[in-house]
Structures are given as C-alpha cells and as structure tokens.
Design a protein around this ligand. Structure first.
Ligand SMILES: [Zn+2]
Length: 157
C-alpha cells in the first residue's frame, strides 16, 4: 500500500469562478490561477503523485506552459490517475479538507463527493470531504485565500 498527502492554496479574487472538484460554487470571488484554480483537485493530485513518488503537480503541469491555461483540473486528475495505474496502484480511499471562510460548503458536500467519485471510480463511502474555517485568523481566515488538504491511500492493482 502507499499513502500520499497534498496541500494547495489560492488567492480569492473577483471575476473568477469558485471551483471545487469540478463543482462551481456560487460565490462573489473565485480562485486566482493560471488553470481553473481547483484548489481541492490540486491538493488531491499532489497526494496521488506523492503516493507514487512522482513529484508534484508543478512537475507535470508547469504554470509557465501556456498549454495548461484555464485547463480543467478534472482532466489533470484523470491523467494523474493513469499514472497511478501505470505505477501498479489504485485509490483505496481519500480524505479531503477545504479551508474557506465563506460561502459555507456544507450544502455542496454531496455534489463534490459525487464529482470526485465520477473521476476516482471508488465507492462513495471511501470519499471523505470536510470543510473548515480559520476562525478569521491569517489570510485564509480574512477571506483572502482558500486552502485544501488531501490524503490518499493507494492499494496494489
Ligand atoms: Zn493550485
């Protein structure tokens, strides 16, 4: 078995959608990024790459490459899952946390889990999504940024 962890942070800016696991969350601001800025999928991709010791998202999808401008992170996730398969593993379960002051993410938990399940192809009870705030502390707590953490367990094929 393999374990991997991932972390990501993006600034929140106006005129950008807030996207989490491919789900657009109604919000006045969204992730500032070269890609779609899907902070949750970026953390998850880093966790998957970490578990197979194949670098990080920046290694494979450098922001300097115009090819990745506004690219859907779900496409990057699916490509990463192909790398996981090629390394001889499959996802067992994942546990994710998004840290954001507002909006509240509770109402979107099930659509986010369903979207993750579509890409990961594992049972829903193996997909955990949690939402936290930073109690108004630091940049994320002051609503200037969004953070995500992800842990994955990989099982041999
Ligand atoms: Zn990112």
């Amino acid at each position: 078995m393999r374990i991997g962890m991932g972390y990501d942070i993006h600034r929140l800016v106006e005129h950008r959608p807030l996207i989490l696991a491919g789900v657009t969350i109604p919000s006045e601001r969204g992730e500032d990024a070269h890609s779609d800025g899907d902070v949750l999928l970026h953390a998850l991709i880093d966790a998957l790459l970490g578990a197979i010791a194949q670098g990080d998202i920046g290694t494979h999808y450098p922001p300097s490459d115009p090819k990745w401008k506004n690219v859907s992170s779900r496409k990057l996730l699916r490509e990463t899952l192909e790398r996981v398969t090629a390394a001889g593993f499959k996802p067992g379960n994942i546990d994710c946390t998004v840290i954001l002051e507002k909006p509240k993410l509770g109402p979107f938990r099930e659509s986010i889990r369903a979207s993750l399940q579509e890409d990961l192809q594992i049972p829903l009870d193996c997909i955990s999504f949690k939402a936290k705030t930073k109690e108004k502390q630091d940049a994320t707590g002051k609503d200037l940024a969004i953070e995500a953490l992800a842990t994955v367990l990989l099982l041999p094929l």
